[in-house]
Ligand binder design. Structure first.
Ligand code: FAD
Length: 108
């Protein structure tokens, strides 16, 4: 079976980075592809208990692909739901904090 921690760090890096660089005003084609990417995770993610929890969570919290700010916040909140379940600290989901971590790096 995969190393669930290594897989998780790599996947969160991919997802948060992709959200951080998602357009402010995505085209219908970009929105549809982002929805496909996110809806594929509960089906294909190779940690099956993780995938199941994500699928249940997404039923209550459908993805908001209308732009990079709402998408980044939605994803941060889903990651925080996992953090909470695992007893890890919650991340501050302000766009400023998200961009510092996943897009711009710390201001000097
Ligand atoms: P990670 O949680 O991997 O975070 C990586 C980095 O992201 C952090 O160092 C921090 O800089 C940043 N970060 C932290 N929180 C946020 C946030 N809310 N928003 C933005 N950035 C943030 N593991 C399980 O054991 N059981 C599960 O059910 C489970 N479900 C998962 C579901 C999904 C969809 C994914 C992608 C992973 C899941 N994992 C699960 C793995 C788990 O979330 C962690 O990736 C793993 O435990 C390693 O944790 P970590 O402390 O190294 O940091």
């Amino acid at each position: 079976p995969p190393d669930v921690e290594e897989l998780g760090r790599a996947t969160w890096t991919f997802l948060h980075s992709t959200a951080a660089y998602y357009p402010e005003r995505p085209t219908p084609f970009q929105r549809a592809n982002m929805l496909n990417l996110l809806h594929a995770l509960p089906v294909l993610y190779p940690c099956t208990t993780c995938a199941w929890h994500l699928g249940e969570n997404m039923k209550d919290h459908p993805p908001d692909v209308s732009g990079r700010v709402p998408l980044s916040r939605w994803l941060c909140e889903r990651h925080n739901d996992v953090n909470e379940r695992l007893g890890k600290p919650k991340f501050n989901c302000s766009i400023r904090n998200l961009d510092e971590r996943w897009k711009d790096g710390p201001a000097d």
